[in-house]
Write a protein that binds this ligand. Sequence first.
Ligand SMILES: [Zn+2]
Length: 280
Amino acid sequence: MSAPSASVFVRCSCGHLHWGRYGAAGLLLVDPARGVLLQRRAWWVHHGRTWALPGGAIEAGETARGAAAREAFEETSVPAEAFRAVSASVVDHGNWSYTTVLALADGAEARVANTESAEVRWVDPDDVPGYPLHRDFAAAWPDLRGRVGQELVLVVDGANVVGSRPDGWWRDRHGAAERLRDQLAKLADAGVPDPDDSAVTWWPRIILVVEGKAKHVTGTAGVDVVAADTDGDSKIVEVVAQQQAKVLVATADRELKGRVGALGASVIGPGTLRTQLDAL
Ligand SMILES: [Zn+2]
């Protein structure tokens, strides 16, 4: 038996009607040179003639990220290969939710691709409030504006995280660091929760800092590996200082926490990171 159609209105506990049995998702595409991609909705769709993001109902079994990418392609012809998803935020109404996927575009070409949109346009983020916006997008915009152009970099203190669990890692430090790297690659794809905002998930760039017998571990898709010649902590501080992005450091080292905290980074403990890795 096939799943019930996703394309229905839901009477929500907030009092409004919303589109999508399994919730809905939209894509906030950011191009550093051109701004954000807005779509003017066709006159005949719900909240017609307003400006909003390409998006629509999440299908049964589909992720919000997948739905946002599919809808953006259907409506604006921007293919998934043309952008990199950076973060997602969820507005949860209980029996309905809307996920905005924020992505960095790499010179994507957008055009009106189906009858649901009347026009697509790259807009300077500062000009967005001047457009006649869809009610829900207007409400979400101030928060989204704060994340336009932002990325999360997760810097992992390899020796500290490997050493946080007595699983025999000391017999093969190189192999243990490789296993951590491979788990981190899955995490880069699955995403990590924002340490300060439970409604936000990031697909981070991950930098694993290794040292000693693990220093010849190589990088893989989604994970850069940086080797410390002598002092792992100083290398981590150096890596954190180089980032333009929001930085999250995974370590339990008290002194290191202070040093990266002074640079504005947030810290999570190895136990928290391990819990996220174990859940993949
Ligand atoms: Zn609602």
